[in-house]
Design a protein around this ligand. Sequence first.
Ligand SMILES: [Zn+2]
Length: 230
Amino acid sequence: MVAGMGLALAGCVRSSVAPPVNQQSRHRPWLDRDQQTADRSTASPQPSPPAGVSTHAQPVPGAIARQHWTRVAGPVSRDIHAMNGVNRITVHHEGHTQVEFADVSSTQQRLEAIRRTHTAQRGWADIGYHFIIDRAGRVWCGRDVRYQGAHAREQNEHNIGVMVLGNFGVQAPTRAQVASLEQVVRTLMSFYRVPVNRIYTHRELPQQRTACPGDQLQAHVGWLRRARLA
Ligand SMILES: [Zn+2]
């Protein structure tokens, strides 16, 4: 059904999207640890993207394009809506089993499993989230940002969904994940001109009956908004 769509997309979105004005975000900003004082002391190794990864994805430059984790290039049905502008960003966790793996191969398999669950079981057109951050801090493209996501009931309009891999009701996010989340949100805020008071966690949106993104990530998002993104 999607065979004709090809796997030629260079990044999350096509090149018709204007590049961000922020000079520093042209390379992988979440790998720039030297601006993140919280990580200076740990000197964790930089995660490596798969070979051949695109470095000019937009609006989050360097995010790993979806052809690196799925052969399905895009939506599998027409039950999907244009985004028509972004004015808020919502943070999620996966919220299933505890995630300990941080390697590329396991992450690729997990993303494809999520996509299959969202399409085959829930009947959605594609994976519900626009970006996914793995345990090593790599950022992966999910649903094309030209489309509304399927990540918050009745609240997907103009709303970018960023999922952090793990269940933060039972585990803590890694330092690399928190650092990447900060950089991704900062880049999206700049690209779409979203103010910090429009950065939400899933549970903060109206009428969401969810613990997402788990108490431990919730606390980090609160700190990022107060201390890093404001
Ligand atoms: Zn959620």
